[in-house]
Design a protein around this ligand. Structure first.
Ligand SMILES: Cc1cc2nc3c(=O)[nH]c(=O)nc-3n(C[C@H](O)[C@H](O)[C@H](O)COP(=O)(O)OP(=O)(O)OC[C@H]3O[C@@H](n4cnc5c(N)ncnc54)[C@H](O)[C@@H]3O)c2cc1C
Ligand SMILES: COc1ccc2c(c1)CN(c1nc(C(=O)N(C)c3cc(Cl)c(F)cc3C(=O)O)c(Cl)s1)C2
Length: 456
């Protein structure tokens, strides 16, 4: 039993939330032989129609792939994913500029469908006799110290009770498990909504083919707002428009909308289709984007938060799901230590993971602020060229930030430290060059005037 904190052979673990991270956690823990009871608020998404208004596809990169490989699903997912070798930037005249993720290694990230990914994770988990699904179960209250939970069936309104040795909250940014932890002394929490909202549009297939070159992440960077498009398996594109809510409100009529697109995204109108643009835009409300930090992620040996429930971030790095999947990898590795007490497992997870999670939340927020300059201005291009040159010169010493976050499993906090070190080196080098140039110019001018004086 866990009374003395020793892990008994198998734990009775309740996972709250059957989204991407909950189903990934069920696989990582189920694989170790624990009894897993997964409780999901919604119905079985494998039977449901696609939920409109959610980010329908996502970018899968290195960290997410490691978690998938751990449960033997990496290859299957890459089959269902579409490789993207870089950004395709759209300017105001409809010209496209390709900016590769990595000129040398042709590295790529994958566009994967959220529903497909969730289905594959659930189907795989279902094969484990020690993993049990409970759909239509919304956690409404809990006494975690006693391991007691109460659920409501949103369809029948019936109440259901359950107990567990350990409760793992994978119930997303608005987590009920985290809400319940707020009253625990020492539990720190902060959240911030950003001014931008997002809304999904769709670029249909054109004669059964992709309407744009499809091995790229398409971006329309327009300073204060932007659009991004990821390809889907069915040759359509999911386009996400990010804009301040104020701007969404200003677009009141179809005419306002078409004029706005004509001014800012002229090439997107024929791709989306004017009729579909108008109907999609006005049929959905722009969604909010929230950034959440908390610490610790656990309470003694009874509760742990993973994924967005622990560290929701704004999507401007495409890392939310990848970070949540990496949570599962890290928890699994800590659990592999023999004779480790569950209370110590949760404690060390919180200690090492919160710094990484806070770092990627800050990096994503930084990208949101820099977004107007992101991948567009000369500053970004110069820095990118410099990064590539120095990375080629010292491949192990100089790893550019974007590459380390997306294409390595370097701890996020190390990626951030690296970046700060690089900024310092570049600032100092630039200052030194400026000083030398300045001295040179002064001496040069002095000589000219001196020579001139002599001649007269
Ligand atoms: C616009 C946008 C674009 C994004 N793009 C990317 C990207 O390109 N790459 C990337 O890696 N990430 C991306 N993300 C982030 C990614 O979507 C999230 O990080 C990821 O979905 C988090 O998974 P999760 O399982 O922790 O939470 P969720 O996906 O939110 O799942 C939570 C689950 O818990 C259930 N639940 C909630 N409350 C309860 C309750 N009380 N009881 C029982 N069940 C409950 C919900 O029904 C849901 O199924 C993006 C996010 C947005 C908004
Ligand atoms: C489904 O909705 C969404 C919404 C936002 C994103 C994604 C999917 C996937 N995203 C990725 N971002 C990076 C990245 O590192 N940066 C710095 C970028 C950041 C922005 Cl905002 C951008 F537009 C391009 C890049 C880029 O470099 O391509 C990746 Cl690499 S993937 C953002």
């Amino acid at each position: 039993d866990t009374s003395n904190g020793k892990i008994k052979k198998t734990l009775n673990i309740a996972i709250i939330g059957g989204g991407l991270v909950g189903s990934m956690a069920a696989l990582h823990l189920g694989k170790k032989g624990h009894q897993i009871h997964l409780y999901e608020y919604r119905e079985d998404i494998r039977k449901a129609q696609l939920a409109k208004g959610r980010s329908i596809n996502l970018s899968l990169s290195a960290r997410g792939r490691v978690a998938l490989a751990e449960v033997g699903l990496e290859e299957e997912l890459l089959q269902h994913g579409i490789p993207m070798y870089g950004r395709m930037l759209h300017d105001l005249n409809g010209n496209m500029t390709f900016v590769p993720y990595d000129r040398n290694t042709k590295q790529c990230i994958y566009s994967v469908g959220r529903k497909k990914l969730n289905e594959i994770l659930l189907n795989t988990a279902e094969k484990y006799t020690n993993i049990h699904f409970n759909f239509n179960r919304k956690l409404i209250s809990a006494r975690f110290r006693e391991g007691q939970m109460e659920f409501k069936d949103p369809i029948t309104n019936e109440l259901h009770k359950a107990t567990a040795d350990l409760v793992i909250g994978c119930d997303g940014a608005y987590s009920a498990v985290r809400k319940n932890m707020l009253s625990t002394p020492g539990f720190n929490f902060s959240q911030s909504y950003i001014q931008h909202g997002y809304l999904e549009l769709c670029i249909p297939a054109l004669d059964g083919q992709f309407a744009m070159p499809h091995n790229y992440l398409h971006i329309w960077p327009r300073g204060e707002f932007m659009m991004i498009a990821l390809p889907n398996q069915d040759k359509t594109w999911t386009v996400t428009l990010f804009m301040p809510f104020k701007k969404f409100e200003d677009l009141k009529s179809a005419c306002d909308l078409v004029q706005f697109f004509d001014e800012n995204f002229p090439d997107a109108i024929p791709l989306i289709g004017e009729k579909r643009l108008i109907s999609d835009f006005f049929s959905l409300k722009p969604q909010h984007l929230i950034s959440i930090k908390c610490y610790p992620y656990h309470i003694s040996s009874k509760v742990l938060l993973l994924g967005d429930a622990a560290h929701a971030m704004v999507p401007f790095y495409g890392q939310g799901m990848n970070a949540g999947f990496e949570d599962c990898t890290i928890l699994s590795r800590i659990l592999d230590n023999p004779n480790v007490q569950i209370a110590d497992v949760l404690k060390s997870f919180s200690e090492c993971r919160h710094q990484d999670a806070h770092a990627i939340c800050d990096l994503a927020m930084y990208n949101y602020i820099e977004m107007r300059d992101l991948v567009r201005t000369r500053k970004f291009r110069i820095r990118k060229a410099l990064d590539e040159f120095l990375h080629k010169l010292m491949p192990l010493k100089w790893i550019p930030l974007y590459n380390s976050v997306t294409f390595t499993t370097m701890p996020y906090r190390k990626c951030l430290e690296n970046r700060n070190w690089q900024d310092k080196v570049l600032t100092r080098t630039f200052a030194t060059i400026l000083t030398f140039t300045g001295c040179f110019v002064i001496v040069y001018l002095y000589n000219i005037f001196f020579a001139l004086g002599n001649r007269n």
